[in-house]
Write a protein that binds this ligand. Structure first.
Ligand code: APR
Ligand code: ZN
Length: 376
């Protein structure tokens, strides 16, 4: 029978507070659960969003983190799909293969543990973390800012052991979100024209997907021109800074793509999370067929708007979470493709930090880093 493990974790005691490295106890995995040793974890804007208190759903104290590279330490009763020693990536969107959503074949939004995950507890309604006699809550069903964490078996993708976990951990969120939106959600075809708004990890990964899909023009949009060089390395054919223009960016993009009497993009991707850029991304879509995909997460309570005429005239507004990716089925394939050199992962890492310096990793994101990785 597995025992609790005492280890270090970065605990967020309350909204707005810096993380504190604490000694915690991680309970053994119950039925259908897996305890993993976290070797590396990316730091994402969603972690910062919850830490800052902007996310009204955050449960404190908690252990944040959702881009983990891990090794299975022990498994609970009934677990059959992973074993001790397997290399795994935790999934904040599980794949149970049994709920209405999974069975539909139309979406990756498995909802079987949505309610408990949102409350910061395991599917049985309890937490596996304690610190100083107090319950500490989970986050996104993953909590990777800890040397050990417990996740549901359905929230685990088993990946090739050859892959460096301090790199492929980034497939747990940002890279997969941007790349998957192009491949799974929008299914962009060769020869298309596309624009990507926001050149963080999500936007760069969208550019990488478009490049692989054979897009003819990939227009990268950002207000920070320091991002343009990297965007070109990932496959952007042109870069535009809205600040260089005195008219709305949607008009600029329509003019740039004017051909045979009309302008506009076949596909646009919003990778920022602001209602103005979501609107611009829709309105620069080509009349009759252009499609816009929202990936950016907006602040609580934010609403989007446009004139209905934009939709009446054939533009489509949609969105994508985790790039429409079914984690257990598709992440292993993505890791294999990475190992074959078919797409970039290492290039997204903009710095490595030890766990004790995790707050510095957060600060580096404010300075425009793509992805800091914490090495445990
Ligand atoms: N117009 C154009 N670009 C902008 C604007 C704007 N008005 N505002 C910000 N940007 C750019 C920033 O300069 C930055 O390069 O958008 C980029 C956003 O990148 P990151 O902050 O690194 O975000 P990323 O990790 O890629 O995530 C993008 O998706 O998952 C969500 O919560 C995440 O909302 C976030 C989004
Ligand atoms: Zn994320």
């Amino acid at each position: 029978m597995a025992q609790p493990i005492n280890c270090k974790a970065a605990v967020c005691w309350e909204a707005g507070a810096d993380l504190v490295i604490e000694d915690i106890a991680v309970g053994p995995p119950k039925a259908g659960e897996v305890r993993v040793k976290v070797l590396a974890t990316g730091v994402c804007h969603t972690d910062e969003y919850t830490r800052s208190g902007m996310d009204s759903e955050g449960t404190f104290p908690c252990i944040l983190g959702h881009e983990g590279g891990c090794v299975v330490e022990s498994v609970g009763e009934g677990v059959t799909t992973v074993a001790v020693g397997d290399h795994v990536i935790p999934l904040y969107i599980p794949e149970c293969r049994e709920c209405k959503f999974c069975k539909s074949g139309k979406t990756n939004l498995c909802s079987i543990i949505r309610v408990t995950q949102g409350k910061g507890v395991m599917p049985d309604g309890t937490s596996r973390f304690t610190c100083k006699g107090q319950t500490v809550y989970h986050f996104m069903g993953t909590s990777t800012f800890s040397e050990y964490t417990v996740v549901a078996e359905i929230s685990i993708a088993k990946v090739a052991k050859e892959a460096p976990l301090e790199k492929v951990c980034l497939l747990g969120c940002g890279i997969t979100t941007g790349y998957g939106a192009v491949m799974n959600t929008m299914k962009c075809e060769a020869g298309c024209n596309a624009a990507v708004f926001g050149l963080g990890a999500v936007g760069l990964a969208s550019i990488m997907g478009l490049s692989k899909a054979g897009a003819k023009r990939i227009i990268a949009v950002d207000i920070n021109p320091k991002k343009f060089e990297l965007a070109k390395q990932f496959g952007a054919t042109e870069c535009v800074n809205p600040k260089d223009h005195d008219k709305p960016i949607q008009e600029v993009l329509i003019e740039m793509t004017f051909e045979d009497g009309a302008g506009g993009l076949d596909y646009t991707f919003e990778c920022i999370g602001r209602p103005e850029t979501m609107r611009a991304a829709l309105e620069c879509c080509h009349k009759g067929w252009g499609k816009s995909c929202i990936m950016g997460v907006a602040g609580a309570g934010v609403e989007v708007s446009t004139r209905p005429f934009q939709l009446v005239t054939g533009r489509t507004w949609t969105g994508s979470a985790f790039g429409g990716t079914r984690g257990r089925t598709q992440l292993p394939q993505m890791v294999d493709e990475y190992l074959q050199g078919q797409f970039k992962v290492d290039e997204f890492v903009t710095g490595e930090f030890p766990l004790e310096k995790i707050n510095d990793a957060f600060h580096s994101m404010h300075d425009g880093a793509i992805r800091p990785v914490v090495i445990m």
